[in-house]
Design a protein around this ligand. Structure first.
Ligand SMILES: Nc1ncnc2c1ncn2[C@@H]1O[C@@H]2COP(=O)(O)O[C@H]2[C@H]1O
Ligand SMILES: [Zn+2]
Length: 387
């Protein structure tokens, strides 16, 4: 793994140093501005291509370049790839009339910084040694088809801990927010125990790991990750990890109609979601588990507010409202509220399994059916009408 990262880093050194030198020239304003903007645009397209089509492990040979070409990457980008990563000489670039937009430069710079960070993390992560099987599973962590069940088996039933650790270190959020490693370990163990409390076939820590990975995939592949601050990414991953914490394996309706303790505490409003939040935040009251101990007060307030909004939005009863609000926002070209967008993304990840490969979807569906049947059993016979 370390060897692979070393090779990848070496390959990316050329475009990274190119990007840096272009930026320096831009600052000094002593070059052809249009040319440099175009180069930056190419760099962004290259980096996006490397990530978006999952081919960042390639660029080994001409075959890989061929593959990029067939995947619809512009010919200029493929040429640039060839001249940068292989011995092939670059063809003259066709001049385009279209002026590169300032946004392209912003994206290029952001993409460059992001890619460099993703690779740097391999050198800074304090992650414990993982079994080879876990490392193998995690290679697919950026993919929609990621097999969370395989990860759970490889990590001896610790999918959530393993995945959260991986993502936090990948995004370098552990160093950015000075998360004590011992707190992170304690906290994640407690979260996994909470998910096991009711022995649910569906709402287990594996579901939490699945939703967290899916959210990461959505953020990465849509490019939204460049639009977000580190605090927002941290809040999003945290919200996904805890979004069903201590789920009882029953629906909100079940709680309301059985006049459960939770329904009484939360006044029939988003009963489960309110409990997931409250119980997870309560864990952080314990200093041994407070992974956010080093956040400033402002950072903490912002993170807490975002997480609350995101987890409450996983209440299925808010589905239509959320979709309608986002549609009207897009139609009227209004500025999109980040917390609303993140909430919708978490909700999307939460109900995403029907769009995953059949082998994953059918497994989730069986687990959910089993959970629904168990609830029916618990409600029998008087309350059957509402379950
Ligand atoms: N394929 C599905 N069909 C019907 N309901 C689903 C399906 N997938 C998920 N759900 C429900 O949608 C809910 C989303 O939030 P939860 O994860 O708490 O619980 C989930 C299930 O109750
Ligand atoms: Zn869920």
């Amino acid at each position: 793994m370390a060897e692979l990262v070393r090779i990848r880093k070496k390959r990316l050194q050329i475009p990274i140093s190119r990007l840096r030198s272009m930026l320096k020239q831009l600052e000094e304003k002593d070059v052809d501005f249009e040319e440099i903007k175009k180069n930056l645009d190419f760099t962004a397209s290259l980096l996006e291509a490397v990530y978006l089509d999952g081919s960042r492990q390639c660029l080994e040979s001409e075959d890989d370049l061929q593959q990029l070409q067939s995947d619809g990457v512009p010919s200029e980008v493929t040429d640039w790839l060839a001249s940068t990563f292989t011995q092939r000489v670059r063809r003259p670039v066709r001049r385009s009339d279209e002026k590169p937009k300032f946004r392209s430069i912003v994206h290029a710079v952001q993409a460059g910084i992001f890619v460099e960070r993703m690779f740097k993390r391999a050198y800074t992560a304090a992650m414990p040694d993982q079994p080879a099987e876990v490392v193998k599973c995690l290679r697919d962590v950026d993919r929609w088809s990621f097999d969370v069940f395989a990860l759970n088996a490889a990590s001896s039933d610790h999918a959530l801990q393993t995945l959260f650790f991986e993502l936090i270190t990948r995004y370098e959020l552990n160093s950015r927010f000075k998360i004590p490693i011992s707190c992170l370990t304690e906290f994640l163990s407690a979260v996994e125990r909470g998910y096991c409390k009711h022995n649910n076939p569906y709402h287990s820590h594996v579901h939490a790991a699945d939703v967290t990975q899916t959210l990461h995939c959505l953020l990465l592949r849509s490019g939204l990750v460049h639009w977000l601050t580190e605090l927002e990414v941290m809040a999003a991953l945290f919200a996904a990890a805890i979004h069903d914490y201590e789920h009882t394996g029953t629906t909100n309706n079940f709680h309301i109609h059985t006049k459960s303790e939770f329904a009484l505490i939360y006044n029939d409003r988003s009963v489960q979601e309110s409990h997931h939040l409250s119980a997870a935040f309560r864990l952080l009251q314990n200093d041994q588990m407070n992974i956010f101990i080093n956040l400033t007060r402002e950072e903490w307030m912002e993170l807490r507010s975002l997480v609350i909004e995101m987890v409450l939005s996983t209440d299925m009863s808010s589905h239509l409202l959320q979709v309608k609000a986002m549609k009207s926002c897009l139609q009227q070209q209004e500025r999109i509220d980040k917390s609303k967008a993140l909430s919708l993304l978490l909700h999307t990840a939460d109900i995403s399994h029907p769009s995953k490969p059949w082998v994953l979807h059918s497994r989730w569906t069986k687990a959910l059916m089993e959970e629904f049947f168990r609830q029916r059993g618990r409600a029998w016979p008087t309350l059957l009408s509402f379950v």
